[in-house]
Design a protein around this ligand. Structure first.
Ligand SMILES: NC(=O)c1ccc[n+]([C@@H]2O[C@H](COP(=O)([O-])OP(=O)(O)OC[C@H]3O[C@@H](n4cnc5c(N)ncnc54)[C@H](O)[C@@H]3O)[C@@H](O)[C@H]2O)c1
Ligand SMILES: [Zn+2]
Length: 362
Protein backbone atom coordinates (compact mmCIF):
# COMPACT_ATOMS: atom_id res chain seq x y z
CA UNK A 1 0.00 0.00 0.00
CA UNK A 2 1.53 3.31 -1.04
CA UNK A 3 1.09 6.42 1.06
CA UNK A 4 -1.09 9.18 -0.27
CA UNK A 5 -2.17 12.72 0.54
CA UNK A 6 -5.89 13.39 0.15
CA UNK A 7 -7.04 16.49 -1.75
CA UNK A 8 -10.59 17.65 -1.02
CA UNK A 9 -12.77 19.50 -3.54
CA UNK A 10 -16.40 20.47 -4.03
CA UNK A 11 -17.48 17.04 -5.30
CA UNK A 12 -15.29 14.80 -3.15
CA UNK A 13 -11.59 14.14 -2.88
CA UNK A 14 -8.73 12.41 -4.66
CA UNK A 15 -5.46 10.82 -3.52
CA UNK A 16 -1.98 12.00 -4.50
CA UNK A 17 0.36 8.99 -4.33
CA UNK A 18 3.90 10.14 -3.58
CA UNK A 19 6.65 7.54 -3.41
CA UNK A 20 9.92 6.78 -5.20
CA UNK A 21 9.16 3.80 -7.46
CA UNK A 22 5.36 4.13 -7.37
CA UNK A 23 5.21 4.27 -11.19
CA UNK A 24 6.00 0.56 -11.32
CA UNK A 25 2.40 0.22 -10.12
CA UNK A 26 0.83 2.54 -12.68
CA UNK A 27 -1.14 -0.35 -14.24
CA UNK A 28 -2.62 -1.30 -10.83
CA UNK A 29 -3.51 2.29 -10.04
CA UNK A 30 -5.18 2.78 -13.43
CA UNK A 31 -7.10 -0.42 -12.76
CA UNK A 32 -8.12 0.81 -9.31
CA UNK A 33 -9.21 4.31 -10.29
CA UNK A 34 -10.39 3.83 -13.88
CA UNK A 35 -11.80 0.32 -13.68
CA UNK A 36 -13.58 -1.03 -16.78
CA UNK A 37 -12.87 2.10 -18.81
CA UNK A 38 -11.13 2.35 -22.15
CA UNK A 39 -8.02 4.38 -21.33
CA UNK A 40 -5.80 6.56 -23.55
CA UNK A 41 -2.51 8.07 -22.46
CA UNK A 42 -2.08 11.74 -23.44
CA UNK A 43 1.57 12.73 -23.17
CA UNK A 44 4.11 15.40 -23.96
CA UNK A 45 6.11 13.82 -26.84
CA UNK A 46 9.48 14.22 -25.17
CA UNK A 47 8.29 12.62 -21.93
CA UNK A 48 6.64 9.85 -23.97
CA UNK A 49 10.00 9.18 -25.63
CA UNK A 50 11.59 8.77 -22.17
CA UNK A 51 8.81 6.31 -21.33
CA UNK A 52 9.43 4.26 -24.50
CA UNK A 53 13.16 4.22 -23.78
CA UNK A 54 12.50 2.87 -20.27
CA UNK A 55 13.96 6.01 -18.70
CA UNK A 56 10.85 7.24 -16.87
CA UNK A 57 11.44 5.38 -13.60
CA UNK A 58 9.63 2.01 -13.90
CA UNK A 59 6.65 3.32 -15.87
CA UNK A 60 5.29 1.11 -18.68
CA UNK A 61 2.41 1.76 -21.07
CA UNK A 62 1.02 -0.71 -23.61
CA UNK A 63 -2.30 0.89 -24.59
CA UNK A 64 -3.34 3.79 -26.85
CA UNK A 65 -1.09 6.82 -26.61
CA UNK A 66 -1.66 10.30 -28.07
CA UNK A 67 1.15 12.85 -27.95
CA UNK A 68 1.66 16.56 -28.51
CA UNK A 69 4.89 18.56 -28.97
CA UNK A 70 6.45 19.53 -25.62
CA UNK A 71 6.13 23.02 -24.19
CA UNK A 72 3.74 25.83 -23.42
CA UNK A 73 3.12 26.49 -27.13
CA UNK A 74 1.08 23.29 -27.29
CA UNK A 75 -1.33 24.44 -24.58
CA UNK A 76 -3.87 25.74 -27.11
CA UNK A 77 -7.34 25.12 -28.45
CA UNK A 78 -5.70 23.81 -31.65
CA UNK A 79 -3.99 20.97 -29.75
CA UNK A 80 -7.20 20.39 -27.76
CA UNK A 81 -9.07 20.14 -31.05
CA UNK A 82 -6.58 17.69 -32.58
CA UNK A 83 -6.57 15.45 -29.48
CA UNK A 84 -10.37 15.36 -29.21
CA UNK A 85 -10.63 14.60 -32.97
CA UNK A 86 -8.19 11.72 -32.56
CA UNK A 87 -10.18 10.28 -29.65
CA UNK A 88 -13.36 10.52 -31.74
CA UNK A 89 -11.66 8.88 -34.72
CA UNK A 90 -10.47 6.03 -32.47
CA UNK A 91 -14.05 5.58 -31.26
CA UNK A 92 -13.48 6.48 -27.62
CA UNK A 93 -16.90 6.84 -25.99
CA UNK A 94 -18.45 8.01 -22.76
CA UNK A 95 -16.92 5.04 -20.93
CA UNK A 96 -13.37 6.17 -21.70
CA UNK A 97 -10.75 7.85 -19.52
CA UNK A 98 -7.36 9.53 -19.89
CA UNK A 99 -3.98 9.36 -18.22
CA UNK A 100 -2.16 12.72 -18.45
CA UNK A 101 1.62 12.23 -18.55
CA UNK A 102 4.09 15.13 -18.41
CA UNK A 103 4.56 18.49 -16.72
CA UNK A 104 1.99 21.17 -15.99
CA UNK A 105 1.29 21.60 -19.69
CA UNK A 106 0.22 17.95 -20.06
CA UNK A 107 -1.89 18.15 -16.90
CA UNK A 108 -3.68 21.35 -17.93
CA UNK A 109 -4.17 20.29 -21.57
CA UNK A 110 -5.12 16.63 -21.11
CA UNK A 111 -7.20 17.66 -18.09
CA UNK A 112 -9.11 20.11 -20.29
CA UNK A 113 -9.61 17.42 -22.93
CA UNK A 114 -10.99 15.17 -20.16
CA UNK A 115 -13.18 17.98 -18.81
CA UNK A 116 -14.86 18.50 -22.18
CA UNK A 117 -14.75 15.17 -24.03
CA UNK A 118 -18.26 13.66 -24.04
CA UNK A 119 -19.12 16.36 -21.44
CA UNK A 120 -16.42 15.08 -19.12
CA UNK A 121 -14.53 11.83 -18.62
CA UNK A 122 -12.29 10.94 -15.67
CA UNK A 123 -8.53 11.36 -15.84
CA UNK A 124 -5.55 10.27 -13.80
CA UNK A 125 -2.56 12.57 -13.64
CA UNK A 126 1.09 11.53 -13.75
CA UNK A 127 3.15 14.69 -13.21
CA UNK A 128 6.78 14.41 -14.35
CA UNK A 129 8.15 17.84 -13.42
CA UNK A 130 8.68 19.01 -9.85
CA UNK A 131 6.41 22.00 -10.48
CA UNK A 132 3.58 19.77 -11.66
CA UNK A 133 4.05 17.34 -8.72
CA UNK A 134 3.96 19.84 -5.92
CA UNK A 135 1.78 22.54 -7.40
CA UNK A 136 -0.07 22.16 -10.72
CA UNK A 137 -1.56 18.71 -10.02
CA UNK A 138 -3.40 20.00 -6.93
CA UNK A 139 -6.49 22.20 -7.17
CA UNK A 140 -8.42 20.87 -10.16
CA UNK A 141 -7.73 23.68 -12.62
CA UNK A 142 -7.40 22.68 -16.29
CA UNK A 143 -7.24 24.81 -19.41
CA UNK A 144 -5.44 26.28 -22.40
CA UNK A 145 -3.84 29.59 -23.37
CA UNK A 146 -4.97 32.04 -26.05
CA UNK A 147 -3.23 34.94 -27.81
CA UNK A 148 -4.76 37.21 -25.15
CA UNK A 149 -3.14 35.42 -22.24
CA UNK A 150 -2.47 32.26 -20.28
CA UNK A 151 -5.17 29.91 -18.94
CA UNK A 152 -8.05 32.03 -20.24
CA UNK A 153 -10.15 29.09 -21.45
CA UNK A 154 -10.58 26.24 -19.00
CA UNK A 155 -12.61 24.23 -16.57
CA UNK A 156 -12.49 22.97 -13.03
CA UNK A 157 -12.03 19.20 -13.43
CA UNK A 158 -10.12 17.40 -10.64
CA UNK A 159 -8.29 14.17 -11.54
CA UNK A 160 -9.37 10.86 -9.95
CA UNK A 161 -5.85 10.43 -8.61
CA UNK A 162 -2.30 11.78 -8.99
CA UNK A 163 0.72 9.49 -9.18
CA UNK A 164 3.94 11.35 -8.29
CA UNK A 165 7.17 9.37 -8.52
CA UNK A 166 10.22 11.48 -7.54
CA UNK A 167 12.46 9.04 -9.48
CA UNK A 168 11.22 10.51 -12.80
CA UNK A 169 12.84 13.81 -11.86
CA UNK A 170 16.30 12.34 -12.55
CA UNK A 171 16.10 13.34 -16.24
CA UNK A 172 14.57 16.79 -15.70
CA UNK A 173 16.83 19.64 -16.93
CA UNK A 174 18.38 21.63 -14.07
CA UNK A 175 16.53 24.85 -14.76
CA UNK A 176 13.13 23.07 -14.82
CA UNK A 177 13.97 21.26 -11.60
CA UNK A 178 14.96 24.41 -9.71
CA UNK A 179 11.83 26.18 -10.95
CA UNK A 180 9.79 23.67 -8.94
CA UNK A 181 11.86 24.29 -5.80
CA UNK A 182 10.80 27.97 -5.86
CA UNK A 183 7.16 26.94 -5.39
CA UNK A 184 8.15 24.76 -2.42
CA UNK A 185 9.92 27.75 -0.84
CA UNK A 186 6.65 29.64 -1.35
CA UNK A 187 4.69 26.89 0.43
CA UNK A 188 7.00 27.15 3.45
CA UNK A 189 6.79 30.94 3.50
CA UNK A 190 3.00 31.09 3.30
CA UNK A 191 2.03 28.34 5.72
CA UNK A 192 4.74 26.44 7.57
CA UNK A 193 7.80 27.93 9.23
CA UNK A 194 9.05 24.49 10.25
CA UNK A 195 8.85 23.22 6.68
CA UNK A 196 10.76 26.30 5.52
CA UNK A 197 13.49 25.45 8.06
CA UNK A 198 13.54 21.85 6.84
CA UNK A 199 14.07 23.04 3.24
CA UNK A 200 16.97 25.16 4.51
CA UNK A 201 18.67 22.22 6.21
CA UNK A 202 17.87 19.87 3.30
CA UNK A 203 19.06 22.15 0.53
CA UNK A 204 22.13 20.03 -0.35
CA UNK A 205 20.06 16.84 -0.57
CA UNK A 206 17.48 18.71 -2.65
CA UNK A 207 20.10 20.01 -5.08
CA UNK A 208 21.33 16.38 -5.40
CA UNK A 209 17.68 15.28 -6.01
CA UNK A 210 17.87 12.71 -3.22
CA UNK A 211 14.68 10.60 -3.66
CA UNK A 212 13.73 10.32 0.03
CA UNK A 213 14.18 14.07 0.55
CA UNK A 214 12.12 14.75 -2.56
CA UNK A 215 9.41 12.42 -1.31
CA UNK A 216 9.03 14.53 1.83
CA UNK A 217 9.20 17.79 -0.15
CA UNK A 218 6.44 16.77 -2.56
CA UNK A 219 4.28 15.32 0.23
CA UNK A 220 4.48 18.39 2.45
CA UNK A 221 3.97 20.85 -0.42
CA UNK A 222 0.95 18.89 -1.68
CA UNK A 223 -0.46 18.84 1.87
CA UNK A 224 -0.07 22.60 2.19
CA UNK A 225 -1.63 23.37 -1.19
CA UNK A 226 -4.43 20.84 -0.57
CA UNK A 227 -5.15 22.32 2.83
CA UNK A 228 -5.38 25.87 1.47
CA UNK A 229 -7.41 24.89 -1.61
CA UNK A 230 -9.74 22.64 0.44
CA UNK A 231 -10.39 25.40 2.93
CA UNK A 232 -11.35 27.79 0.16
CA UNK A 233 -14.26 25.52 -0.73
CA UNK A 234 -15.80 27.26 2.24
CA UNK A 235 -15.02 30.60 0.59
CA UNK A 236 -12.65 31.97 3.19
CA UNK A 237 -10.63 33.71 0.49
CA UNK A 238 -7.43 32.30 1.96
CA UNK A 239 -6.59 30.72 -1.40
CA UNK A 240 -5.15 34.15 -2.27
CA UNK A 241 -2.05 33.31 -0.21
CA UNK A 242 -1.02 30.83 -2.93
CA UNK A 243 -0.42 33.93 -5.06
CA UNK A 244 2.48 35.01 -2.85
CA UNK A 245 5.27 36.22 -5.11
CA UNK A 246 3.03 35.81 -8.14
CA UNK A 247 1.87 39.41 -8.67
CA UNK A 248 5.49 40.39 -9.31
CA UNK A 249 6.28 37.04 -10.99
CA UNK A 250 3.55 37.33 -13.62
CA UNK A 251 4.62 40.91 -14.37
CA UNK A 252 8.26 39.81 -14.77
CA UNK A 253 7.22 36.96 -17.08
CA UNK A 254 5.15 39.32 -19.20
CA UNK A 255 7.81 42.05 -19.27
CA UNK A 256 10.43 39.51 -20.45
CA UNK A 257 8.04 37.96 -22.99
CA UNK A 258 8.22 34.70 -21.02
CA UNK A 259 11.98 34.26 -21.42
CA UNK A 260 12.14 34.12 -17.63
CA UNK A 261 10.92 30.68 -16.48
CA UNK A 262 7.92 30.77 -14.15
CA UNK A 263 9.76 29.30 -11.14
CA UNK A 264 12.62 31.80 -11.38
CA UNK A 265 10.07 34.60 -11.65
CA UNK A 266 8.33 33.25 -8.53
CA UNK A 267 11.58 33.26 -6.56
CA UNK A 268 12.26 36.86 -7.58
CA UNK A 269 8.64 37.73 -6.83
CA UNK A 270 8.94 36.30 -3.31
CA UNK A 271 12.02 38.43 -2.63
CA UNK A 272 10.42 41.62 -4.00
CA UNK A 273 7.10 41.07 -2.23
CA UNK A 274 8.83 40.28 1.07
CA UNK A 275 10.66 43.61 0.66
CA UNK A 276 7.30 45.25 0.00
CA UNK A 277 5.86 43.72 3.18
CA UNK A 278 8.84 45.03 5.14
CA UNK A 279 8.50 48.45 3.48
CA UNK A 280 4.84 48.63 4.47
CA UNK A 281 5.69 47.71 8.05
CA UNK A 282 3.81 44.40 7.82
CA UNK A 283 6.81 42.12 8.22
CA UNK A 284 10.19 42.18 9.89
CA UNK A 285 13.18 41.84 7.51
CA UNK A 286 13.77 38.22 8.65
CA UNK A 287 11.38 36.62 6.16
CA UNK A 288 12.84 38.40 3.13
CA UNK A 289 16.43 37.75 4.16
CA UNK A 290 15.86 34.02 4.72
CA UNK A 291 13.88 33.64 1.47
CA UNK A 292 16.71 35.25 -0.52
CA UNK A 293 19.40 33.17 1.23
CA UNK A 294 17.47 29.94 0.66
CA UNK A 295 16.86 30.68 -3.03
CA UNK A 296 20.61 31.20 -3.41
CA UNK A 297 21.36 27.90 -1.67
CA UNK A 298 19.00 26.21 -4.14
CA UNK A 299 20.69 27.84 -7.14
CA UNK A 300 17.82 30.22 -7.94
CA UNK A 301 18.38 33.87 -8.91
CA UNK A 302 17.52 36.63 -6.40
CA UNK A 303 18.19 39.47 -8.83
CA UNK A 304 17.02 39.83 -12.43
CA UNK A 305 19.80 38.79 -14.82
CA UNK A 306 18.85 41.13 -17.65
CA UNK A 307 17.48 44.63 -17.08
CA UNK A 308 13.70 44.27 -17.33
CA UNK A 309 12.71 47.90 -16.92
CA UNK A 310 10.74 49.03 -13.89
CA UNK A 311 8.17 50.79 -16.10
CA UNK A 312 7.35 47.61 -18.02
CA UNK A 313 6.95 45.63 -14.81
CA UNK A 314 4.66 48.24 -13.25
CA UNK A 315 2.64 48.47 -16.48
CA UNK A 316 2.32 44.67 -16.61
CA UNK A 317 1.06 44.60 -13.01
CA UNK A 318 -1.48 47.32 -13.72
CA UNK A 319 -2.77 45.58 -16.86
CA UNK A 320 -2.99 42.24 -15.03
CA UNK A 321 -5.47 43.88 -12.69
CA UNK A 322 -7.41 45.79 -15.35
CA UNK A 323 -10.50 43.63 -15.00
CA UNK A 324 -10.75 44.17 -11.27
CA UNK A 325 -11.62 47.28 -9.34
CA UNK A 326 -8.99 49.10 -7.32
CA UNK A 327 -5.20 49.21 -7.28
CA UNK A 328 -2.51 46.56 -7.36
CA UNK A 329 -2.93 44.02 -4.56
CA UNK A 330 -0.42 41.57 -3.12
CA UNK A 331 -0.59 38.50 -0.90
CA UNK A 332 2.11 39.50 1.59
CA UNK A 333 3.98 37.68 4.34
CA UNK A 334 3.93 38.90 7.93
CA UNK A 335 6.70 36.54 8.80
CA UNK A 336 7.96 33.09 7.86
CA UNK A 337 4.88 30.86 7.74
CA UNK A 338 2.33 33.63 8.32
CA UNK A 339 0.45 35.62 5.72
CA UNK A 340 -2.08 38.35 6.03
CA UNK A 341 -3.80 40.21 7.31
CA UNK A 342 -7.10 38.34 6.78
CA UNK A 343 -9.94 38.32 5.97
CA UNK A 344 -8.86 39.60 2.51
CA UNK A 345 -5.40 38.08 2.65
CA UNK A 346 -4.23 40.73 0.19
CA UNK A 347 -2.96 44.28 0.67
CA UNK A 348 -3.07 47.16 -1.78
CA UNK A 349 0.24 48.96 -2.29
CA UNK A 350 1.03 52.37 -3.73
CA UNK A 351 3.27 52.75 -6.75
CA UNK A 352 6.20 54.34 -4.85
CA UNK A 353 6.14 51.42 -2.38
CA UNK A 354 6.13 48.92 -5.27
CA UNK A 355 9.01 50.71 -7.01
CA UNK A 356 11.05 50.64 -3.80
CA UNK A 357 10.39 46.90 -3.41
CA UNK A 358 11.43 46.14 -7.00
CA UNK A 359 14.84 47.60 -6.19
CA UNK A 360 15.43 44.56 -3.95
CA UNK A 361 15.72 42.38 -7.08
CA UNK A 362 17.29 44.77 -9.59
N1 LIG B 1 -3.40 23.85 -13.03
C1 LIG B 1 -2.72 24.54 -12.15
O1 LIG B 1 -3.16 24.78 -11.03
C2 LIG B 1 -1.35 25.02 -12.51
C3 LIG B 1 -0.50 25.52 -11.51
C4 LIG B 1 0.78 25.92 -11.87
C5 LIG B 1 1.19 25.84 -13.19
N2 LIG B 1 0.34 25.37 -14.14
C6 LIG B 1 0.74 25.28 -15.55
O2 LIG B 1 1.83 24.39 -15.66
C7 LIG B 1 2.58 24.73 -16.82
C8 LIG B 1 4.05 24.67 -16.49
O3 LIG B 1 4.37 23.36 -16.07
P1 LIG B 1 5.83 22.76 -16.22
O4 LIG B 1 6.80 23.72 -15.66
O5 LIG B 1 5.78 21.40 -15.66
O6 LIG B 1 6.07 22.79 -17.80
P2 LIG B 1 6.02 21.67 -18.94
O7 LIG B 1 4.89 20.77 -18.79
O8 LIG B 1 6.15 22.38 -20.23
O9 LIG B 1 7.38 20.85 -18.71
C9 LIG B 1 8.61 21.51 -18.81
C10 LIG B 1 9.59 20.77 -19.72
O10 LIG B 1 10.10 19.64 -19.04
C11 LIG B 1 10.05 18.49 -19.87
N3 LIG B 1 9.89 17.33 -18.99
C12 LIG B 1 8.81 17.02 -18.26
N4 LIG B 1 9.07 15.97 -17.47
C13 LIG B 1 10.34 15.59 -17.72
C14 LIG B 1 11.19 14.58 -17.19
N5 LIG B 1 10.79 13.79 -16.20
N6 LIG B 1 12.45 14.49 -17.69
C15 LIG B 1 12.89 15.35 -18.64
N7 LIG B 1 12.13 16.34 -19.16
C16 LIG B 1 10.88 16.46 -18.70
C17 LIG B 1 8.90 18.74 -20.80
O11 LIG B 1 9.02 18.01 -22.00
C18 LIG B 1 9.00 20.25 -21.01
O12 LIG B 1 9.89 20.53 -22.05
C19 LIG B 1 2.11 26.10 -17.26
O13 LIG B 1 1.33 25.99 -18.40
C20 LIG B 1 1.27 26.58 -16.09
O14 LIG B 1 0.21 27.43 -16.50
C21 LIG B 1 -0.91 24.96 -13.82
ZN1 LIG C 1 3.40 29.42 -9.68
Amino acid sequence: MVTSVSVRHALGSYPVYVEPGVLARLGDLVERHLARRRVALVADASVYRLLREGRLADARWEGTALTFPEGERSKTRETWSRLTDELLRLGFGRDSALVALGGGVAGDLAGFVAATYMRGIPFLQVPTTLLAMLDASVGGKTGVDTAQGKNLIGAFHPPVAVVADPLVLATLPDREYRAGLAEAVKHGLIADREYFGWIETSSDALVRRDPATLEHLVQRSVEIKAEVVGEDERETGRRAILNAGHTVAHALEQATEFRLPHGEAVGLGLVAEAALATGLGLATPEAGARVAALLEQLGLPTRVREPVGEERVIAAMASDKKNRAGGIRFALPRGLGTMGPGPDWTTEATEPAIRAALRAIS
